[in-house]
Design a protein around this ligand. Structure first.
Ligand code: BJW
Length: 240
């Protein structure tokens, strides 16, 4: 383990990790891959649903066009998630929150696995599959089998952010504020293709942070990062 650490993590990154106070971690689907949750791009089983690519079924227009199909797609995924546990990457990140005086975890994931691993106060940019939201009054509630809002009776929809929809009020602002004032920024398991989440590493870099990518594949961010740790998050993050 010691020699693996030595070869993968540079002395400079080790120093940054040991001395930074303000740290931000941005995660994407890849952080849950080792728990068995399929990613959106680059493999997995959920990229197509009944012949529809995920960026069609997970797009704003589908709520008006076919809300039952949207529920069916998210029910299917929620069922898969029921049996899934956090992996070593989620657990390492959850430990970091007590290690750094100022720690922000921002996730694009809707699976709730960071919270299940013990992370608190997670900034969820794309919502959460375990909640529903009223299409009329936007009240956010737990799932109920009637799929009707307890406040106004209108239809419920999954509380997730589809393509072309706005992020939850305040979520990006909170993430951007934190990113604009960090010393160290980890970008873990994201293809960095979806905005505005993909802007956050640039904000961190502009603030003078060391930006570290953890991913088995290269992404559009790789050349811009100060350190690229190539491999699975569950292997790499526990090395810190
Ligand atoms: C591992 C690993 C292991 C594997 N360890 N790594 C600027 C330019 C162009 C377009 C836009 C722009 N700004 C906004 C837009 C439009 C759009 C957008 O970004 N489009 C791009 C695709 C071009 N953005 C939006 O619509 C957003 N809203 C918005 O901006 O509102 C303002 C607005 C409104 C109207 C019009 C225009 C603007 C909302 C985005 C919502 C994204 N929603 C989804 C679906 C959520 C619901 C669902 O789950 O179905 O969120 S899309 C999907 O992608 C999901 C993810 O959170 C998101 C990001 O994916 P992620 O996490 O990066 O996963 P993958 O699969 O792409 O990558 C996995 C990575 O893990 C890979 O790199 C692997 O190598 C790696 N990996 N195993 C570590 N073991």
């Amino acid at each position: 383990m010691q020699s693996q650490t030595a070869s993968l993590i540079s002395a400079e990154l080790r120093r940054r990790f040991d001395t930074s106070s303000r740290v931000l971690v941005l995660t994407g689907a890849g952080v849950s891959a080792e728990s068995g949750v399929p990613t959106f791009r680059g493999g997995g089983n959920t990229a197509v649903w009944k012949g529809m690519p995920f960026d069609v079924i997970s797009s704003a227009g589908m709520i008006e066009r076919d809300l039952p199909a949207v529920w069916e797609w998210f029910d299917y995924r929620r069922n898969l998630l029921q049996a899934v546990e956090p992996n070593a990457a989620h657990i390492a990140i959850a430990r970091w929150q007590d290690r750094f005086p100022d720690f922000t975890l921002v996730t694009q994931n809707i699976d709730g696995l960071h919270q299940k691993a013990g992370s608190r106060d997670v900034v969820e940019l794309h919502g959460n599959i375990w909640r529903a939201r009223c299409v009329a009054c936007s009240m956010t509630i737990g799932l109920n089998e009637h799929r009707a809002c307890l406040g106004c009776g209108a239809h419920l929809r999954p509380d997730v952010v589809l393509f072309g929809e706005l992020l939850p009020p305040g979520a990006y602002e909170r993430a951007a504020d934190a990113a604009s004032d960090v010393e160290l920024c980890f970008v873990v398991g994201t293809s960095a293709l979806v905005y505005p989440a993909a802007n956050l590493p640039a904000l961190a870099k502009r603030a003078g942070a060391c930006v570290v990518e953890v991913n088995p594949e290269r992404t559009p961010l790789s050349d811009f990062c100060d350190e690229v740790l190539t491999g699975n998050a569950g292997d790499i993050l526990p090395l810190f």
